[in-house]
Design a protein around this ligand. Sequence first.
Ligand code: NDP
Ligand code: 2IT
Length: 453
Amino acid sequence: MASFVDEIMAQVKAKNPMEKEFHQAVTEVAESVALVYDKFPEFRKAKVFERMVEPERVIMFRVSWVDDKGEIQINRGFRIQMNSAIGPYKGGLRFHPSVTLGVLKFLAFEQVFKNSLTTLPMGGAKGGSDFDPKGKSDGEVMRFCQNFMNELFRHIGHDTDVPAGDIGVGGREIGFLFGQYKKLANQFTGVLTGKGPAWGGALIRPEATGYGATYFAAEMLATRGEKLEGKTVLVSGSGNVAQYTVEKVNDLGGKVVTLSDSSGYVYDEAGIDAKKLKFIMELKNERRGRIKEYADAFPGVVYTPVDPNLGYNPLWNHKADVAFPSATQNEINEQDAANMVRNGVICVAEGANMPTTLEGVRVFLDAGILYAPGKAANAGGVAVSGLEMSQNSMRLPWTREEGDNRLRGIMKSIHKTCATTAEQFGTPGNYVNGANIGGFMKVGRAMLDQGVV
Ligand code: NDP
Ligand code: 2IT
């Protein structure tokens, strides 16, 4: 196993220098795929994984736009079309100043395995820009989105590549992007998901990632005779995924005590109930303010600003049972993971993509806690995007109940795939191997069937 992982990583690092997040994501999957190569040499012979780490297509482009002061601004746009073996490219767009080619390649790579796990026919992609929506007016965001789409539109389509939201891209941005696509293509199709419910959006899509991660945690807990009811829960982030995680954890009787943004985190021992969540939604989705305001609005809440010199994140250092990291990549390092295990956390379901470093993952696996990687736990978002595509093709919307039931069924199915695959490959309870191998087998078989392309 070591030699396969060492060899592939030497190649990936040589071909993709400096892209450390991409190296990290590939290392984690390669360690699982080594088990498949041992058992099924046809995959090794056909160099299936060696092909998977090379994007099918990378598009990188200039986005120029004019800000409210009349000044010209230049950003960089990307779309990584990673793998289309099992369906059209599918995956979100991220607008954040930290976006680089390497970050989007790690996200597109993860998306391939995640989309495969959903049971739906979707390939993997990711895109975005180093544009920072923070502090921009609605008009500036609109002009940026329109100029971004002026290039992207020729590379996407409802049967080719279907983008959606991610960090910094929510309902407002999808609206502007869709409007411009429709104008350029002169077609009303399901080319983006996460649309407004009045114009083709699936009713449960905004909730899907957070609800899905919570359903997945409930499935994991059930394997040990446990429930979310009565559990103390840590959530990071305060955006789309975090908000609907809080809502569903509350529904199932858990108590969420933390939320964060890039400036700091709040600890609310009394729990973030429905009324407080409403405040967060208004603060983050409408006023676009900072999480610190939550501490000013409710008594007994402690706000702690980010301290980059601390070496660990104090959010993860509270007594709790369950954790949903839902902000961004590498927000849990080795020390954070050790703190969580020491403080009694028995279940971690990743709402974010790759929020835990490789060293942190090792701590969770060695401790034998229930640990679900993002590509399994947060797959509910893209799964409901897949359902939105079905509804758009049929031109027939489903009810909220139907969408939610299907989401629940899909999360159950992903859990089963992970659990049974981990067992088949000799690592029972290891959801990392279960998710990586479960996702790999379907895409890998499709690649074998379709020849060397
Ligand atoms: P949002 O933009 O709605 O929210 C992101 C949240 O994370 C904000 O609270 C933001 O704080 C915080 N955050 C972002 N970047 C950083 C950073 N570098 N350091 C610290 N905090 C940060 O995004 P989503 O909720 O949609 O996405 C959150 C995570 O979930 C991401 O990893 C995303 O890839 C993943 N995900 C999202 C899905 C979706 O359907 N939306 C589906 C599957 C996974 P601030 O307000 O200060 O920026
Ligand atoms: O990371 C992800 O799965 C997403 N941001 C959602 C992608 C999608 O196409 O809905």
